[in-house]
Design a binder for this molecule. Structure first.
Ligand code: TXA
Ligand code: MG
Length: 317
């Protein structure tokens, strides 16, 4: 497929491609997504093809405001409404009963749909111009790390989609928090930039992170994920790390080493999230034989980093 590379001046063209049933890669505040009109079954199928994504893994639908979300969902429970009011637009996906208008492939046969109103200016403009909800998973080939820069999105998707829209590097760098509503309970299917602590603060009740033993409601969690083409090894304390020459190691200042290979210093947890997938790609391109990654404590954004790092290293969180 002949891919067009577009910048913000050509945003109208990108919106028209979406309206005509084509696939467009675009930036969001979390990661780049590969999108298509969520009401158009034929268009949505092109996303699965471009990614090589298993058809049992549902897609997140991006909306341009609460009004459009109310059209895509059949029902919005009170806690979901509270979270929309507080965290939208932002890196939070809410899993709600789906409206009949959503194309069947989007939800992989589930009765629910994941909805998100992104905080990214260019992305918001694109969604407004398109005027339809846009189904968009991360713009990586299935199983690989999500792209967080235009260059990474091109590396993953050039030749597979109609267009790629250029934006600056994604601010957050990790995918959105995915939240579901099960009876009286609010649960996290995938930790992300909106933290469990923040959700609990707004809702005034405990929010559970569902484990891998209990993911029938979010089938995507069972698949291979976030893995670069090199071994990712994890450590919590410096004495657990043993990089050999030819391997790189990422960590905070107190894990500085000396080590035989390159040490990559992360300033804080936001910096780590922002850079993780780019570092995966940089290490891949440099032909590094292994990448040691520090596993941060399980609080705040650390929860999402732990989830991605454990999966990237082939473990189940
Ligand atoms: O930040 C993000 O969320 C990015 C950007 C592009 O918005 N998108 C993204 O999409 O990461 P994707 O497809 O790579 O991840 C979607 C996650 C999967 O874990 C999937 O299982 C879950 O959301 N999901 C989507 N719809 C769901 C549903 N109806 N029920 C449960 N889980 C759902
Ligand atoms: Mg993904």
């Amino acid at each position: 497929m002949n891919t067009q590379f577009l910048d913000s001046y050509s945003i109208q063209q990108a919106a028209e491609l979406l309206q005509r049933g084509a696939t467009v890669v675009f930036p969001t505040e979390t990661v780049y997504g590969v999108g298509a009109n969520a009401f158009d079954e034929q268009a949505v199928r092109k996303i699965f093809q471009a990614k090589g994504r298993p058809s049992d893994n549902p897609l997140i639908v991006h909306v341009s405001g609460i009004e459009m979300a109310l059209r895509a969902a059949a029902e919005v429970p009170t806690p979901a409404r509270m979270l929309m009011d507080r965290f939208w637009p932002g890196p939070l996906t809410l899993v709600l009963p789906r409206s009949a208008e959503i194309a069947p492939s989007v939800t992989a046969g589930l009765a629910t749909v994941g909805l998100r109103w992104p905080r990214h200016e260019l992305c918001q403009k694109l969604l407004e111009l398109a005027g339809v909800p846009v189904a968009a998973p991360s713009a990586n080939r299935s199983g690989r790390p999500s792209p967080t820069t235009f260059e990474a999105a091109c590396f993953e998707m050039a030749g597979r989609v109609a267009a790629i829209l250029r934006g600056p590097p994604c601010q957050v760098g990790l995918e959105s928090t995915v939240v579901g509503f099960e009876g009286e309970n609010v649960v996290i299917y995938r930790p992300g930039a909106v933290t469990r602590e923040e959700l609990e603060h707004v809702l005034g009740c405990p929010v559970r992170l569902v484990s891998n033993r209990d993911v029938a409601a979010s089938p995507g969690l069972l698949h291979r994920h976030y893995q670069p083409n090199l071994p990712v090894k994890i450590y919590e304390a410096p004495e657990q790390a043993a990089p050999v020459s030819g391997e790189w190691i990422i960590g905070p200042p107190d894990c500085r080493g000396p080590w035989p290979g390159r040490f990559i210093l992360i300033a804080d947890i936001e910096d780590y999230a922002h850079r993780l997938y780019s570092l995966f790609r940089e290490a891949e391109a440099a032909g590094v034989s292994g990448l040691w990654c520090w596993l941060p404590p399980a609080r705040g954004l650390g929860q999402a980093l732990r989830d991605r790092l454990l999966r990237a290293s082939g473990k189940r969180p």
